[in-house]
Design a protein around this ligand. Sequence first.
Ligand code: CA
Length: 429
Amino acid sequence: MQSAAQSWVEGANDSASGFSLANLPFGVVGGEGRGLRIGVRIGAFIVDCRALVEAGLLARLDDSIRTALTGESLNTFMSLGREAWRSARAELTRLLNAQTPDLRDHPRRKSIMLPEWGMSVRLPCTIGDYSDFYASLHHATNVGSMFRPDNPLLPNWKHMPIGYHGRSSSIVMSGTPIRRPHGQTVQSDLGPPTFGPSKLMDYELEVGALIGTGNAMGEPIHVDRALESVFGLVLLNDWSARDIQKWEYQPLGPFLAKNFASSLSGWVVSLDALEPFRVPLPARPASDPEPLEYLRGTNDVVFDVTLEVSIASAAMRSAGTPATVVTLGNFKEMYWTIAQMIAHHTSSGCNLRSGDLLASGTVSGPTPESRGCLLERTWRGTQPITLGDGAERKFLQDGDEVIMRAWCERAGVPRIGFGECRGIVTPAR
Ligand code: CA
């Protein structure tokens, strides 16, 4: 086994860190009296890209890339396309390698390498349009069987990645408090409704793809080329109010049950970093329909990413009780791939734009532990889960903190970390 490349950055070669030379996710950071700037995470440090450019250390890159890296968000850099992302990544890999003295021995190194603990990570870009899919067969089957026991999967589900258009205005950075929403809810399926705080608040564990290069209106993206347009992946908590959802979702799908907040993790992990964790899309069972031609990639993949959700109530946090893991799953369990979502989304001629966010929908696996929301974990509240301090949960209570983490690991290759996506539920006002 060839050993992984080493970095001179403290903590970067620690195999548990998830932020080795093999990862190098981009993000936007603030703090330490500096304005917003593009950063690259390595070990316990963040490379300040603007400072790197100003020190003349990215002279090998094209002007357009250097200029984009001095911005306050990733939007311009994302729009430059895969060759530009790869050039920047290669140059950062070279500069951070243990064998390269340019940055390691540079007199301004201290003002370029910022300790991670002193910085706050912000939304990586201005999010354009946000579309949310429903691409996990386990999730769709579980939820469908609760609401339609005789007919859990609708006839269209195995023929296309089902999705809806969401809101980007309420996408917030990990760590932002999430206020419990008000809405219409009913006691009986036929109403009448009352208006008040949601009583059935839930998390949804999802992976988001940030679009780097979009398509012109009327020119669909081919499924085989779809991943080329993805700048990287993030974690997403699509907070959901199940009682509001139940009353409003027919006939046009989710609306206010989903639009009050979605939380995003800040470090954007590139598909190049995920290369060792690509898994060929498993063959469908013979009883399933073949996808139509435009959804059939010649070399389509899923990604082997472990996904974890834990909950710490306010009482647990003040008592120092560790958060309780409530979901442990894997992104490779998805039925529809990211490439298929992009190909389907654009197949009508709809144009994706740089900065758009496509989310996978709740990632659920075949086992109870791998179900990606409380609706499924507690089976609509009929099987409460027990937290570390003995308290039971059917749905989220005020003060609960939901913490999502993701990582890729396999013997012999460096671990890839996604960092965290956190949020505390605060009382309705
Ligand atoms: Ca969702």
